[in-house]
Ligand binder design. Sequence first.
Ligand SMILES: NC(=O)c1ccc[n+]([C@@H]2O[C@H](COP(=O)([O-])OP(=O)(O)OC[C@H]3O[C@@H](n4cnc5c(N)ncnc54)[C@H](OP(=O)(O)O)[C@@H]3O)[C@@H](O)[C@H]2O)c1
Length: 476
Amino acid sequence: MRVLLTGATGYIGRRLKEKLLEDENIQIRLFVRNKRKIRDKHQDRIEIYEGDTFHIESLHRALEGIEVAYYLIHSMGAKDDFKKLDRLSAENFLGACLKAKVKRIIYLGGLGEKQTASKHLLSRIETGEILSSKPDLIQTIWFRAGIIIGSGSASFEIIRNLVQKLPFMITPRWVHTKTQPIGVSDVLDYLSQAKNLETKENLVVDIGSKPMSFKEMLIRAAKVMGLKRRIIAVSLLTPRLSSYWLILMTPVPYRLAKALVEGLKSETIIQNENAKKYFHSIYPISYEKAISTAIAEIEKNQVLSRWCDSSAKEECDIKGQETIEAAVLSLKISNDFGQTSPEKVFASVLSIGGLEGWYKCNWLWKIIGSIDKLIGGPGLQCSRRDLYDFRIGDSLDFWKVADLIKGKRLLLVGQMKLPGKAWLEFSIEGTTLVLSASFLPKGLWGRLYWYSTKLLHTFLFSDISKGIVQRAKSLA
Ligand SMILES: NC(=O)c1ccc[n+]([C@@H]2O[C@H](COP(=O)([O-])OP(=O)(O)OC[C@H]3O[C@@H](n4cnc5c(N)ncnc54)[C@H](OP(=O)(O)O)[C@@H]3O)[C@@H](O)[C@H]2O)c1
C-alpha cells in the first residue's frame, strides 16, 4: 500500500510516521514544506516530497500512485484569515486526490458541534465537510478528537504548567464544561488502523476516553504528579482574561490559548459510536494513564514531537531563514578550546538553553524572556524537545533551529519580539568556537536597538561561549 502523509513535520504527523513504519507492507511518502526538517533513518521505505497545498502542481506530483492519503494540515498560526486558507488547502487537496484516483482520505479534525463551535473548530469542521464532499468518487474517514494528551501536546503542556506552578487556582466557569480527552497513542492507533478498514462509505468517527470537565482534568493530573491542588471557579474571569492568564503561566501563545478557551466554552462530547463499531481492538487508555505516559516520555527524554516545532502558517517558519548573509550588523566572539576535543565542544553547543539555561547570566535571560512574553513573544517557556540534540525546525526557548551541520554549525533564528531579525550562530573552526550574533534591523528602531544593547549582548554571548567550552572540558 502506498500512503501519503501530509503534515509530517507536525505534532501528530511526526508520531504517525513512526506508527506507520511499524507496518512493513506499506510504502510511505511524506509531503512536507521543507525537507530539511525531516531527518530519517528509514530511507528505503520513506520518500520525501517537498510541496505545499497551495501549489497544486506539487500536490499532483506527491499523490501520483497513492492509495491512502492522510490530511493532517491546518493554518491556525496564519496571520491572515486562517479559515480561508484552510478551505483553499482542503479544496486543493481533494481536487488533487480525485485526479490521482486516491481511494481514501483520512483526516483528523476536532470534536464538537457546528452550532456551538469556536472559529477554530468551525474551520476544522468545514475542512472535514470539503474532504468528504465527493462520497461517490473518494472515501473519507474523518476522525474527530477533543483534547489530545501526549508529551509536547499544547493541551498537555497547559495542564502540566498550571498544575506544577499553581497550588491554588481561581478559574473561570468554563472549567466545568465536559469534554472527552484522548491519549495521543490511541489517536495514532485509530489513524493507522483506518488505512486498512474494509468499509467503502464515508465515516465520521468521534474518539475520546471518559467524559470529564477541565477542572477534573487539572485535579486528576495533579494526583498523577503527586500534588494536591485547589480550584475555585468564578464567573468573573472572561475568556480574554483567561487567555492572558494562560499565556503568562504556560508556554502557549495568545492565539492558541484563545482557541483552547473558546473551545472549552461548550461541551465536546462524542456524538457517534463508530469508534467502537469499526475499531474493536482499540480500548482508549484512561486520562491518568495518558498523563503518566506523557510525563514518563519527558523524563526519559523521548519526546517525538511538540506543538511548537511546526508552524501551521502560510509558509514554513524556517524556510529561507538560514540566509544569514542578509544581516547587516554582527558581532563575533571567538574562544580557543585548545586540547578539548571539537566533538565534545559541539556536544556542549547542542545542550544549550532549555532547562540547562544560558550559563552564568541565566537570570538575565529569564528577565529578557519574561519581557518578551509580556510584549507578545514566545519567551523562554518553550524550552527544548530533546536535552542533547536538535532537529532543524525545533524550538529552543525563543529561538528556532534554522540549520544544523553535525560537529560544525548550529544556526538559531530569533522568534522573540524585536525590531528586526536576529540569528545566533555557533561554529567550530579548527580549535576555536566562534559565536556570531547577526541582525537585520527594521528601520531606525532596529539600529537603535542593536547599538544600545551591543555591550550587553557582547557580555551575554561571551558568557555563553565560555560556558560552552567549560562544560565541554568537564565532559572531557
Ligand atoms: N494536536 C492536537 O492536540 C489536536 C487535537 C485535535 C485535533 N487535531 C487535529 O490534528 C490535525 C493535525 O494537527 P497537529 O497538531 O499535528 O498540527 P501541527 O503540529 O500544527 O502541524 C501542522 C502541519 O501542517 C503542515 N502544513 C501547514 N500548512 C501546510 C500547507 N499549506 N502545505 C503543506 N503542509 C502544511 C505544517 O508544516 P510546517 O512544519 O512546514 O509548518 C505541519 O507539518 C489538525 O487537523 C488538527 O485540527 C490536533
